[in-house]
Design a protein around this ligand. Structure first.
Ligand SMILES: Nc1nc2c(ncn2[C@@H]2O[C@H](COP(=O)(O)OP(=O)(O)OP(=O)(O)O)[C@@H](O)[C@H]2O)c(=O)[nH]1
Ligand SMILES: [Mg+2]
Length: 333
């Protein structure tokens, strides 16, 4: 895609952003999130300032206390002079500055702290699209000067794997009720967790869950980083200091080795692949010829005169020509 000069209003936003305006940052995030045509240009402009934020993904079942934990970790980060940025990836779990909503905790004191930036992302389209925007929004926050970025995402499958791929440290939060220990192993959380947190340690069964996780960890060889298992009571803040300590330890551990570079490289690869795929499929399905061929092909399949494989092949052929044509018309523009 060709880069276009940004229009005046976006230019002004970028200037205000550079001067530290939170409002401008919020507007830019919305543009990125909406995937407006200028989004890539905006992100490219900001990219030189991106780089230093430590990105932490926090995942776990609904109601495990993720937001409460994020709130408390954020308080400690602010006290340590950091500038945290918070992103709630799942729409059921928005970060708002408001009071309690139902049973769910919203951000407490940190919501009013000028040094904290929080943002909830709506789910749109595919999970892949969701995580793509998550990483982009994190870039905006990073460029804005956030030193830590915490993403909260409900652990329900692919979404947390996607987010883990884009985080430096992944925290899996589990709770005594609902036999999470066993589920965690099934869902492959073992593979993505850098740190396990057993929250609601005031509840019965917390010790048992902690033990279960430790036992499961014992089954694996850990030549490198072995995920610690920490107990917290996020509501009162008990154990939260240790969580932050473990996050810092994991960070130093990665930084002291070549692993961070490798991790960054993998994350970058997955992002660039996502971007290309996103743009490609967008421009392909914009093409009326593609859609017409798809419709005609589907009808032929219904009549028993074609197969999905043949149709896919035909569309790929047509798609290649479409891309070639688009490319040529861009070149001559
Ligand atoms: N007993 C107990 N309750 C807690 C603790 N931490 C959080 N809670 C409560 O658990 C409920 C859910 O907390 P949240 O922080 O919203 O949990 P969440 O994982 O962000 O929830 P979703 O985003 O909706 O998936 C709230 O009522 C909290 O007050 C804890 O350590 N002990
Ligand atoms: Mg939440």
């Amino acid at each position: 895609m060709r880069s276009h000069p940004l229009d005046d209003s976006v230019g002004a936003l970028l200037r205000q952003f550079g001067e530290g305006s939170k409002r401008a940052a919020a507007r830019l995030i919305s543009l990125v999130e909406d995937g407006v045509p200028e989004a890539l240009d905006i992100l490219e402009r900001l990219y030189p300032q991106v780089g230093d934020a430590w990105r932490v993904g926090i995942t776990g079942p609904p109601g495990a206390g993720k937001s409460t934990l994020v709130d408390k970790v954020t308080e400690q980060l602010v006290a340590a002079g950091e500038r945290p940025g918070l992103i709630a990836v799942d729409p059921t779990s928005p970060f708002t500055g408001g009071a309690l909503l139902g049973d769910r905790v919203r951000l407490g004191a940190v919501a009013n702290d000028g040094r904290v930036f929080f943002r909830s992302l709506a789910t749109r389209g595919s999970l892949g699209g969701l995580s793509l925007h998550t990483a982009e929004v994190a870039d905006v926050l990073d460029a804005f000067g956030c030193s830590w970025i915490l993403f909260e995402t409900v652990g329900v499958g692919q979404s947390e794997l996607d987010v883990a791929e884009k985080a430096h440290t992944t925290v899996v939060v589990l709770v005594p009720e609902s036999g999470d220990g066993i589920q965690a192993m099934k869902a492959g959380l073992m593979e993505i967790a850098d740190l396990f947190v057993v929250n609601k340690s005031d509840r019965n069964g917390a010790d048992k869950l902690e033990e279960e996780i430790r036992l499961a960890l014992d089954f694996k060889e850990w030549p490198g980083w072995r995920p610690p298992v920490l107990m917290t009571e996020a509501r009162t803040g008990r154990g939260v200091e240790e969580v932050l300590q473990a996050l810092r330890q994991h960070r130093s551990w990665l930084e002291e080795r070549d692993l961070l570079r490798q991790k960054r490289r993998r994350a970058m690869e997955s992002r660039v692949r996502d971007l290309v795929l996103d743009r490609l499929s967008h421009s392909l399905w914009q093409d009326t010829g593609m859609r017409a061929q798809l419709d005609a092909g589907l009808e032929a399949i219904e009549r028993g005169q074609a197969s999905p494989y043949g149709l896919a092949r035909k569309l790929l052929r047509h798609g290649r020509m479409t891309l070639q044509r688009n490319h040529e018309s861009e070149e001559s523009a």
